[in-house]
Ligand binder design. Sequence first.
Ligand SMILES: Cc1cc2nc3c(=O)[nH]c(=O)nc-3n(C[C@H](O)[C@H](O)[C@H](O)COP(=O)(O)O)c2cc1C
Ligand SMILES: CCCCCCC(=O)C(=O)O
Length: 363
Amino acid sequence: MAKLVCVAHYEEKCKGIISKPALDYYRVGSGEEETLKRNKEAFKKLRIRPRVLRNVENIDMSVNIFGHKLEWPVGISPSAMQKMAHPEGEVASARAAGKAGSLFILSSASTTSLEEVAEKAPDTYKWFHLYIFKDRNITENLVRRAEKAGYKALVLTVDQPVFGLRRIETFELPAHLNLANFANITKDGKDLSDTSSGLAQYTADMFDATMTWKDIEWFTKFTKLPVILKGILTKEDAILALNHGCKGIIVSNHGGRQFDGVPSSIEVLPEIVDAVGKEMLVTFDSGVYLGVDAFKALALGAKMVFLGRAVLWGLGVDGQKGVEDVLSIIRNELSVSMALAGSSKIDEIRKDMVVHENYFSKL
Ligand SMILES: Cc1cc2nc3c(=O)[nH]c(=O)nc-3n(C[C@H](O)[C@H](O)[C@H](O)COP(=O)(O)O)c2cc1C
Ligand SMILES: CCCCCCC(=O)C(=O)O
């Protein structure tokens, strides 16, 4: 393949570079992968109604998130175990996000510790993601470490009380890698950085499937950092998140990796924005592989849009440089989309610029 000019080219190239187990783990969706496919298809069903003659010579994509100015509203979702894609793993992705004036969310299931990422990517605006573990001491310890290391918000994933059913061979991290945030932490004699029991078993052993909204209340009171719930797909739960002290949500179906059969994230975004968009930060992920996808999500009310696999493909192809390239491609695509739609600022991307294909079915 000659020049790589879109995320799909990075995915294709990545297939020949990273190991098959890593590729399978990164790519897979749950079950029949209907939701995984739907995430992309639903974007294709949306049409843009562009406006012309609006002076789009200078495109300003900057946004303000919790008082922090970002150059543009596209960031990186938490993805586990990035050293399987490249030896520099999460540090490479975090540095690339910083260089691009963007936001990086570190997965607690990372192959680099949260302290090392903070130290090696000090200028990047970073949030930390985690789960509520059965043993609350583990959660509390991670929160305090993230606060101390300078992460600016906590992303609590709530769509994974159990691990989604994914049809891949048993997955194992290569022997030289581990879940670095849990190095030297043991529970009942078990090394928590060791995933050799398999991810589904690890989740069953560690994650608290009894969690309810009461635990969210506990969690939001336990930290001064803003809490963002990741994995919200209904307006009812968005309202509950707001009423339980959360400052934001990520409308997400986990990239189709958890519950096959749920809608695409973009289908549910409008009802959620209508319900809580004025009161809390509504952000979005799942299925974003093009700048025009980000444009559509912004038009439908998301304040930030996050990339999952797109970044992993860039990381696998060329480490930090590969992630920088992927971000730069999406940024350029978003900028051109804005110009062609007649919006020179983010708040000029309006809801009536995006309609479902059925809008035109009267023809
Ligand atoms: C390899 C991989 C690992 C992931 N690890 C996590 C994780 O640790 N925590 C989490 O909340 N979501 C995780 N996700 C989900 C992403 O944060 C994100 O929701 C999803 O990838 C978005 O969909 P997309 O890949 O189509 O952009 C992971 C996704 C992938 C592909
Ligand atoms: C080792 C703990 C589980 C990591 C889960 C990562 C994830 O969310 C995924 O989709 O895979």
